[in-house]
Design a protein around this ligand. Sequence first.
Ligand code: 4AZ
Length: 517
Amino acid sequence: MSRHPVALAVAGLLACAAPAHAQDPGARIINPDGAITVPYQVALAQRTLDGDGNVAVFCGGTVRDAAHVITAAHCLEGETTDAPGEFLVVAGLFQRSDPSVAQVVEVAAITTHPAYRGADTGNDFGILTLAEPLRLTPGAVPFDPPGTVGALAVGAAGGNPVGRALISGWGDVDPDQDNAVQPDPLVGAIVDLNADCSAYGPAFIATTMLCAGRRNLDGTVTDTCQGDSGGPLARINPQQNGVVDLAGIVSFGNGCAQAGFPGIYTRVANPDINARLRQSDPPARAVMLAPPAIDAHDVAVGATLTCNPGRWSSAPVFSALWLRAPLAPNGQPDTSRIEVVSDRPQIVLRPEDEGSLFACEVRATNAGGSLTALSGGIGPVQPARAGGAQPGAGAGTPVAVGADLSVPTSSFTRRSCRRRTCRLTLKVDDLGGVAGTRVRAGAVRVSGCPTGRKGRKCRRPRTLSARDVAPGVFEIVARGLEPARYRFSATAVDAAGNAQARAAVVTLTVRKTKARA
Ligand code: 4AZ
């Protein structure tokens, strides 16, 4: 095969895979096979180094050609603007601690599918057009073309492995470890294509998604995890012991390395996805230049509110959603009662709107993708004015422009208990932005406490601190837990004081530690 650097790297990995694995039965998640060089692999990294001085890799990607990188759309969901300049592409990186060998390039444009609405709905892919071409060196090798893999073109829930593939990335290697959630070197592992994703039920969309993973003889599971997203699932040709084409893009899963839930990848061989990934000149998704705003002369019953989409690059098609929230006694919007009241660009305030606050959410769509952004809030809506609404009559009305009306949501993306310590990762999302978000977290023991007054102390909820480890990502650690079941809960509160409507909850078991030999 002419792309010998790739072939060699994988051949080396295959040669050492079995012994490395046999020596390390505790390895799981992504790295039973060890550190490797994968010259088509790139990192998407924050512009600043992480707390340890390493490259802050948040996603992976694949070099398509000198000017383009393939990744996952969900890696490219910015808060609002999603300006390409918010992150960098790092090619030829091996150790996160040593970027000296790498090429670091800016992104000029982002392309996603116009119908993409979240990884779980499919079409989780994106193309980055680089601001300057990569130097194609042995450390940065294109993986072109994205393959149309015969057997994989047909969607199937899986359970019928059709070959093997190489996964690679700097994502989480072991949620049980205290530190070093991300490995320093790039790590890789071999998984089976078309693993059994039937446990996902209809959430696994076989036409646009591909199932891959591996259950090992020792009971461990090989899988990708958070931070590997966007990276390659590269099909291995057993005759050549090398990778031949890109079969998938790391997309999502039910946790990581959970038995019965292999990883879900974007199916590169889907004809529509494949054609889009091959576009020689991918159309650029719009970038927000000025945020949406509400145009109004007055904020009283009878007045007209217009959702002004703001300013965007290119000329996207806009759609709008109007959100209404009642005013809570504390003068803030009652975000637990937000309703979508209209999908038109303009609304006329009605008597039942009196006292409420409004915001509009704009979706901007073009051939290069689709993005949403939220306006500031306006209100509270005043009673109808005698003689009808008059332009300018609202001069003295309280208009809370800029209020953030969106409620945060959150979910636990990782949780594990080891010995007497449980660690949980909470991911917070908020259309209004996650900056300044705080998290209230706690745990309560739900098994093994004496009933009645005697168990009162045992059942007393404990407050846990949530450490902000990345934008919108919080780590919660509870130590010194007795063996029992515990219910953990977390509520996110954004900078404007909007509290998550329903707490994220998960129940975990702390097991008795086995006596050591
Ligand atoms: C993630 O959060 C993620 N086990 C990526 C891959 C998988 C799960 C989660 C697959 O980016």
